[in-house]
Design a protein around this ligand. Structure first.
Ligand code: UD1
Ligand code: UDP
Length: 366
């Protein structure tokens, strides 16, 4: 079988790694990087760390407004599909790269296989919600990470080609956490980051918040961004913030205090896993990081009104907060009762890559 896989943004590199390894043992995968993310520490670092094969094509679309960026991808992906004529196109998640890949393939009647199908925030103002709803409705195989996702699709009348494979990000965590701990334990994480920010030395195991902020709904509203940073500034422990380039570009305009916030460049996946496991709590608006915090048993506060990953809210492992400094601080200071509760396995058994493979290659014979 010849499969063409479209990736383009940081979380998609991480999700692609476990499946590529399984699929390439017996079949041909053509890997296409749209170029949506391009900084070394938003792209190349993941290929190097996770042993992802070099993309066969990099479309180099770069940044831009949604229409322009997605349009550039569409045109280039269509050309490639006509040239390569694959048996199917695999897309991950909910970015503009996902939608462009799915739409280009669907228009010329190539089957679309969507990993992370069925997630919903029910907030159609989010670009990600638009991308995932549209992608699901033109997909041939809908590879869902959870039962909730299967049920969400059923409510929209989609039942054919739907499989609950478990979450591919859980595979990635299980495959990499031991390597991460071996590399970064015993203070090696501090040594790695010290050159970037001297205040790193003040951090102690389990005594810092790990934060990431990049969602358009937070970054594109200066008032919200100010509330977030005001909250971080007042927390009782330092906040380590590997900063997404989108947010970095907006931060200078804010004129805010950052004496409790240690800002660093985005880090690689292995270091990120170590930081997540080693933090007191994660504060984030990321989709993937909410789950990684859950898998690694670190409490999380999500700086959003909704989450697609509702399972993480059970027993308070993750809580949602509106974007007001007082509310963020209250959630960050909450008693961590969640740690008393065992976590049910709601994200599969860590072999999602195998089940995705079986759905694609064997028509779902698990
Ligand atoms: C995108 C996805 C989002 C996902 C996130 C993962 C869409 C609509 N959004 O958001 O769902 O959660 O990726 O991180 O697809 N930039 C750089 N260097 C880079 C990449 C981006 O400087 O390597 C800057 C550019 O100024 C760019 C901005 O970040 O305009 C936003 O990048 P973009 O890819 O459009 O969206 P993300 O916010 O990264
Ligand atoms: N991540 C990383 N380095 C960072 C920040 C995040 O490796 O500096 C990883 C994180 O562990 C998770 C993924 O990137 O696996 C999440 O990506 P992001 O938050 O950009 O996107 P989302 O999941 O919200 O779409």
């Amino acid at each position: 079988m010849k499969l063409l896989t479209i990736i383009g943004a940081r979380p998609q590199f991480i999700k692609a790694a476990p499946f590529s390894t399984v699929f390439r043992q017996q079949h041909k995968e053509i890997l296409v990087h749209t170029g949506q993310h391009y900084d070394t520490n938003m792209s190349d670092i993941f290929f190097a760390e996770l042993g992802i094969p070099k993309p066969d094509y990099n479309l180099g679309v770069g940044s831009g407004m949604h229409g322009a960026q997605t349009g550039r991808m569409l045109e280039k992906i269509e050309e490639l599909l006509l040239k390569e004529n694959p048996d199917g196109v695999l897309v991950y998640g909910d970015t503009n790269s996902t939608l462009a890949g799915a739409l280009a393939a669907s228009k010329i009647h190539i089957p679309v296989f969507h990993v992370e199908a069925g997630l919903r925030s029910y907030n159609m103002r989010m670009p990600e919600e638009q991308n995932r709803v549209l992608t699901d409705h033109i997909s041939t195989l809908l590879l869902c990470p959870t039962k909730t996702a299967v049920e969400n699709l059923r409510k929209e009348g989609i039942t054919k080609g739907v499989y609950n494979t478990g979450d591919i990000m859980y595979d990635a965590v299980l495959q990499n956490i031991t390597i991460s701990k071996q590399r970064y334990a015993s203070g090696a994480w501090l040594a790695e980051l010290r050159n970037e920010n001297p205040y790193i030395s003040s951090l102690k195991d389990k005594n810092f918040y790990l934060a990431t902020i990049h969602r358009a709904e937070n970054t594109d509203n200066p008032n919200k961004l100010r509330e977030i940073f005001n909250a971080f500034e007042k927390l009782d422990k330092p906040v380590l913030l590997p900063l997404h380039p989108r947010t970095r570009k907006l931060l200078d305009e804010l004129d805010i205090l950052i004496s409790n916030i240690i800002i660093i460049q985005p880090v690689g996946y292995l270091l990120m896993l170590y930081l997540t496991a080693n933090a007191y709590m994660v504060l984030t608006d990321s989709g993937g990081l909410q789950k990684e915090a859950y898998f690694l048993k670190t409490p999380c506060t999500t700086l959003r009104d909704q989450t697609e990953w509702v399972e993480t809210l059970e027993n308070g492992w993750n809580v949602l907060t509106p974007i007001y400094a007082d509310s963020i601080i209250k959630c960050a200071n909450r008693p961590l009762d969640c740690q008393k509760y065992p976590q049910p396995s709601l994200f599969g058994d860590g072999h999602a890559a195998k089940y995705i493979y079986q759905a694609i290659v064997n028509g779902g014979k698990f």
